[in-house]
Design a protein. Structure first.
Length: 256
């Protein structure tokens, strides 16, 4: 039996529908890991208020708190929600999000959780999606993401986050993650300037066949404007576009 490392979980919920990206529309179960390597928009939106960012992390108040959970506690909660069998079959995806799930302590916990499931349910076929900014990497195993994760959804951060480029753009992390067999970029745009900055910052790591542009905004009214921006950019640069179904449906960005 592998060593047990508890996961520090800020929230877990499901079943819900994956609202954006390559698997938009797929039934999903979210595990939000605590802590982050960035502070987009500043603590409590301070950089946004100071005009040094144009948005603030929508989940800061959630990922700053967490409770240690043994892998069995997580599985018990999935079972209580009626989803464990579907998760083990891979028909409900497990979304590993944050914060930043690729922080070293979170990668250790995710390894422990997945190993625990493999050892206790050897015939299971769960599907794990990692939602990350790709600003952190596995310190000892460049193949870890291929060995443990089925899909990487990378929300690249640009200067409008208020974070300096040296914190956002980490070449080692980007090399590890973009080498994954099922890596996807998710780029939130409100104008073509956002696209241009993304390409300036990350272009050497970008395969345009692996890019989704998504509209910026936390309300339906916002998306009514930015959907058109994302549509036009997807056509212009021959990349994919994703809607943000959780906002369109619930006007919520987390918990649904």
């Amino acid at each position: 039996m592998s060593e047990i490392v508890k996961s520090n979980i800020a929230e877990m919920f499901g079943p819900v529908i994956q609202g954006e990206g390559a698997t938009m529309g797929v039934p999903s179960f979210f595990l939000r890991y605590s802590q982050c390597s960035l502070m987009c928009g500043g603590h409590n939106g301070s950089l946004l208020a100071a005009g040094k960012a144009t948005w603030w992390c929508d989940s800061e108040v959630i990922w700053k708190k967490g409770v240690d959970k043994h892998p069995q506690e997580i599985l018990d909660f999935m079972a209580e929600q009626g989803e464990l069998e579907r998760i083990l079959a891979g028909t409900t995806h497990v979304i590993l999000t944050g914060g930043e799930p690729a922080l070293p302590q979170n990668l250790k916990a995710i390894t422990s959780l997945i190993d625990y499931i493999r050892e206790n349910y050897p015939d299971s076929t769960p599907y794990y999606e990692l939602e990350t900014s790709a600003s952190r990497y596995h310190p000892t195993n460049d193949k870890w993401f291929d060995e443990y994760i089925d899909q990487i959804n990378c929300s690249a951060k640009i200067a409008n986050s208020g974070m300096p480029k040296a914190m956002r753009v980490q070449p080692r992390a980007l090399r590890q993650m973009t080498a994954h067999k099922n890596f996807w970029w998710k780029i939130v745009v409100s104008s073509e300037d956002d696209w241009n900055e993304f390409m300036n910052d990350y272009g050497e790591f970008v395969d345009l066949n692996r890019v989704y542009v998504m509209p910026a905004g936390a309300t339906k009214a916002d998306l009514l404007k930015t959907n058109k921006v994302a549509w036009d950019l997807a056509c212009k640069y021959n990349v994919r576009m994703s809607l943000r179904a959780q906002v369109e449906t619930w006007e919520e960005v987390t918990g649904v």
